[in-house]
Design a protein around this ligand. Structure first.
Ligand code: EPZ
Length: 417
């Protein structure tokens, strides 16, 4: 298994380009199932999760043609197998996003239950409840969700909690339904809006995306379209945190601060100077950061996907901070690994109390999930001496060419096999 070896102590300086958003690209790739015409996407990130989704779509009969370094043409015309098998779904939970589009386009779907993952049980009951409200017959047997519907009917759905992929799945199910669907308590994440924009360019009738009430009026069919994937706001936030922790000065291009207000606010509270341009953001770090408490919550509040990275910052900041995780029940696994590097962190239920220390010492640590891995990279960049991070396949799921981008900013990092 690959590992990253980082020699800490150098600050990050310079400029690097941000890739397309993984969590926008994944549902938008599934939108190709909704039409028999070609869907042309650009600004796709080169990530393992994207490759897994493309394998999943191809085995259903979707044509996948590369079109330039970050472009693809997806052709749903050949869709002939509405099945998402366990061996693919178990490696990437977001595979559940094919469920809604398959029922909408083919009238049936068999999708393996994604099962839990390191950060939590991750049930999909809201996805199923919403499809049933739209008239689908849904059974769960032998680890698969079987859903059938001659044609879905518009319905009013209020999810029990804010669910990002739940909102996305139901929105894609509704675009070809008979009548109007209203999704209340909808997720407001920018990736939901990017998906809605792509669906509208394909001929869908959607209003309210980005608010907690989304209205979808079903149409008979969708056409192909061209769509550019939005920038990855979590990759952006991760590099901002790395620059902040190492006392650096970086400028990130092909991105924007537009969707990162909560993270930018916390970085400024920590003492960073942040300037924003139309499609770039620059951060200059102070000599030493101030500890900053935070609480994760659905957008536009502080994103759970940035919690681990901020814990790494607080581990070496001046003062004591409390991090409260309200979305997932087991998203503090990076804490144990940060403690191996010398961090002073106490976990009390869904709270982590972090006492900033003057420095961290390099050690061998293990990645447990995608964003925990990013947290360990940030800590390794700061720690004195050498840090080895094992199981970085987690990292490769969500960060494109991370050692190349970090090296460009002056980090001493290399991949070992
Ligand atoms: C999406 O996951 C993201 N993944 C996650 O990013 C992100 O952490 C999460 O949203 C929260 O922002 C993608 O977009 C591919 P949820 P998702 O449904 O949709 C519970 C990353 O690092 N819930 O919004 O699976 C659930 O257990 C990943 O890139 C139910 O109980 O998250 C959780 O506690 C990690 N039943 C909460 O809701 C359901 O049917 C929010 O989950 C659905 C969700």
């Amino acid at each position: 298994m690959d590992k990253l070896i980082i020699t800490g102590g150098t600050s990050l300086n310079g400029e690097v380009a941000i890739s397309g958003a993984k969590n926008a690209a994944l549902p938008i790739l599934c939108a190709s199932l909704l039409t028999a015409e070609p869907l042309h996407l650009i600004n796709l990130p080169h990530l393992n999760d994207i490759s897994t989704m493309l394998r999943l779509l191809a085995q259903m009969g979707v044509g996948v043609t590369l079109d330039g370094p970050a472009g693809l043409v997806l052709d749903g015309g050949g869709l002939n197998n509405p099945l998402a098998p366990y061996d693919l779904v178990k490696t990437m939970r977001a595979s559940i996003l094919v469920l809604g589009p398959l029922v909408a386009r083919c009238g049936e779907a068999r999708v393996s239950l994604p099962g839990g993952c390191a950060i939590g049980a991750r049930p999909v009951d809201q996805h199923i409840k919403g499809l049933q409200a739209m008239g689908a017959e849904v059974t769960v047997e032998a680890g698969y969700v079987h859903a059938k519907a001659k044609r879905l009917k518009g319905a009013r759905i209020c999810t029990d909690m804010v669910t990002v992929t739940g909102t996305e799945n139901l929105m894609m199910a509704a675009v070809l339904a008979d009548g109007e669907t209203i999704i209340e308590n909808a997720a407001r994440e920018p990736e939901v809006v990017d998906l809605a924009n792509c669906l509208v360019s394909m001929g869908a009738q959607i209003s309210g995306a980005g608010t907690d009430v989304i209205r979808i009026r079903g149409v008979e069919r969708l056409s192909g379209a061209n769509h550019r994937i939005m920038p990855d706001r979590i990759e952006t936030g991760t590099y901002l945190c790395a620059a902040a922790a190492t006392g650096g000065d970086v400028r990130l291009t092909q991105t924007s601060a537009a969707y990162l207000d909560a993270v930018v606010d916390k970085l400024m509270d920590a003492g960073c100077e942040i300037t924003t341009e139309r499609d770039a953001i620059r951060l200059k770090a102070p000599q030493r950061l101030k500890a900053v408490s935070l609480r994760t919550a659905p957008y536009p509040a502080f994103p759970t996907d940035m919690q681990a990275q901020f814990m790494a910052i607080n581990a070496v900041a001046d003062g004591v901070s409390t991090i409260r995780e309200t979305i997932f029940e087991n998203r503090f696994m990076h804490a144990n690994e940060l403690q191996r590097l010398g961090a002073d962190i106490q976990i009390e239920g869904s709270n982590a109390i972090v006492r900033g220390v003057s420095h961290l010492e390099g050690a061998t640590v293990m990645a447990t999930d995608l964003r925990a891995s990013a947290s360990l990279v940030i800590a390794g960049l700061v720690a004195q001496g050498e840090t080895t991070i094992d199981r970085i396949y987690h990292l490769d799921r969500g960060y494109e060419r991370i050692e190349e981008k970090l090296s460009k900013l002056g980090a001493k990092v290399r991949r070992a096999h």
